[in-house]
Ligand binder design. Structure first.
Ligand SMILES: [Zn+2]
Length: 456
């Protein structure tokens, strides 16, 4: 008997944790945290106590109590006993938090499969943010003993990977982070297709179509498909990456002052868009140390991003009077400072992070400077995103900077998602990563319940 269980991503955006069971083989697709998972009990500085592992999560019913899945540290303060692993593998579709965040709780013996670029991005994020996604070199416990490193295995698009009775084929898709994949899982009762997150309006729509076409060919028994933008009222704008490029290019060309560009840290398509605009307009792109580290981590990868230490169109910004971390030290010789930015402000595009708006005080932007906000607009349902947006606006008003909202979503539109559903024409349809699974019509659309088995 083959079954699919959603332990996350059922009726919520993100948090995908899809368990596929085929006789004795048990594999998870993604292991993330939903954006709203903690909202009910936690806010700002009130957060689960990391030192107690999963204790707070279990006590508040935020994570499933599953034997043979979590590592010793994760369960040692809970009533769940640490037992031998009962799961064969976890496959990661891409490096976004809502697909990977809970890997740190996973038993080390269970291998984690991901794309090569995905691993490089996660490794860089771990280095530069101090956030542990998984154990890379092993972890030292409080008592000084070591936890062994996770077993990470990387794959390429089209590679067939056998795990127990399953054969899993990752196929690249276009999403707002490089190294993103969907999966075709061949079971003893037919194929299950899983989209991960995807879109058709980025720079590489042909990658998404490779996945869709392979899924059509596989005539799947079940399709697990994302539906982020499936909603009665669509709050995200339907812009393409090309539109963001041309409009941002126009803003930069018309601006007589400095241009700020704000984007999501892992959105390297957007980085490339701003990098190209900088080149086209004869400006330099000023990036953060974190971005420099990420680009260097991906050096030599097929994605083909520029080397920030050698590229004449790129400068790295170093803040003053901070205590630099070990990973920052080797980059400091290559940095420009606030005086340089102030002097050259009319000839740059500056990727400034929201958490570092204070730097504007040192720069004193000249009149007619602009800000391209290249991220989602604040969501009505999310008061903290609205508050943050107000604060951003106050900074821009204070320094007389004109704001331009230009963003292309990482997710396919509702209409495109419904077209994919029709084209793939699977026998069973399981929406995931959506607040509106009930809006998926058609034969056998299943509104999955968290933790409840769906048999093929
Ligand atoms: Zn994503």
């Amino acid at each position: 008997m083959v079954s699919i269980t959603l332990f996350g991503g059922a009726g919520e955006i993100g948090g995908n944790k899809v368990l596929i069971e085929d006789k004795k083989t048990k594999v998870f697709l993604d292991f993330g945290q939903a954006f709203g998972l903690l909202d009910e009990y936690f806010v700002d500085w009130l957060q689960p106590r990391g030192r107690f592992g999963l204790k707070d999560y279990f006590a508040l019913g935020l994570m499933p109590k599953i034997p043979g899945l979590y590592n010793h540290e994760a369960v040692k303060c809970t009533d769940l006993k640490h037992t031998a692993p009962e799961y064969d593998a976890v496959f990661i579709s891409h490096a976004h938090q809502d697909h990977v965040a809970h890997l740190a709780f996973l038993e080390q013996e269970i291998p984690i499969y991901m794309g090569e670029a995905c691993k490089k991005i996660l490794d860089s994020t771990q280095h530069t943010t101090g956030m542990s996604v998984y154990s890379e070199d092993g972890w030292e416990k409080r008592d000084g003993t070591k936890i062994p490193p996770n077993k990470i295995k990387t794959f390429r698009s089209g590679e067939k990977i056998k795990v127990g009775g399953l054969e899993i084929t990752p196929i690249h898709v276009d999403h707002s982070v490089p190294g993103a994949y969907g999966f075709l899982v061949e079971t003893s009762e037919g194929t299950i297709a899983y989209t991960g997150d995807l879109r058709k309006h980025g720079n590489k729509p042909e990658m998404t179509m490779d996945f869709i076409n392979s899924a059509i060919e596989a005539e799947p028994e079940a399709l697990i498909i994302e539906g982020t933008r499936v909603a009665e009222v669509e709050s995200r704008k339907n812009h393409t990456e090309q539109f963001v490029h041309s409009e941002s290019g126009r803003v930069v060309k018309e601006s007589k002052g400095m241009v700020l560009a704000m984007r999501y840290p892992k959105d390297l398509d957007r980085f490339r868009t701003f990098y190209t605009i900088a080149k086209e307009s004869g400006r330099k792109l000023v990036i953060s140390l974190k971005t420099a580290h990420l680009l260097l981590s991906l050096k030599g990868d097929r994605i083909g991003l520029p080397n920030p230490l050698e590229d004449e169109n790129i400068e790295i910004y170093g803040r003053k009077m901070i205590i630099y971390k070990a990973w920052e030290l080797p980059l400091l010789d290559h940095c420009v400072n606030s005086e340089w930015v102030m002097k050259n402000q009319k000839a740059i595009i500056w990727e400034l992070d929201f958490s570092q708006m204070q730097e504007l005080i040192d720069i004193e932007p000249v009149a007619h400077s602009a800000c391209i906000h290249s991220m989602s607009e604040p969501f009505e349902e999310d008061p903290s995103s609205q508050l943050q947006d107000e604060v951003l606006q106050n900074w821009l008003t204070r320094f007389g900077m004109e704001r331009h909202q230009l963003h292309a979503s990482g997710h396919a539109s509702m209409q495109e998602i419904f077209e994919f559903v029709e084209e793939i024409d699977a026998k069973k349809l399981i929406p995931i990563h959506t607040q509106n699974p009930q809006m998926f019509k058609g034969k056998d659309a299943i509104v999955a319940e968290k933790g409840k088995k769906i048999t093929l």
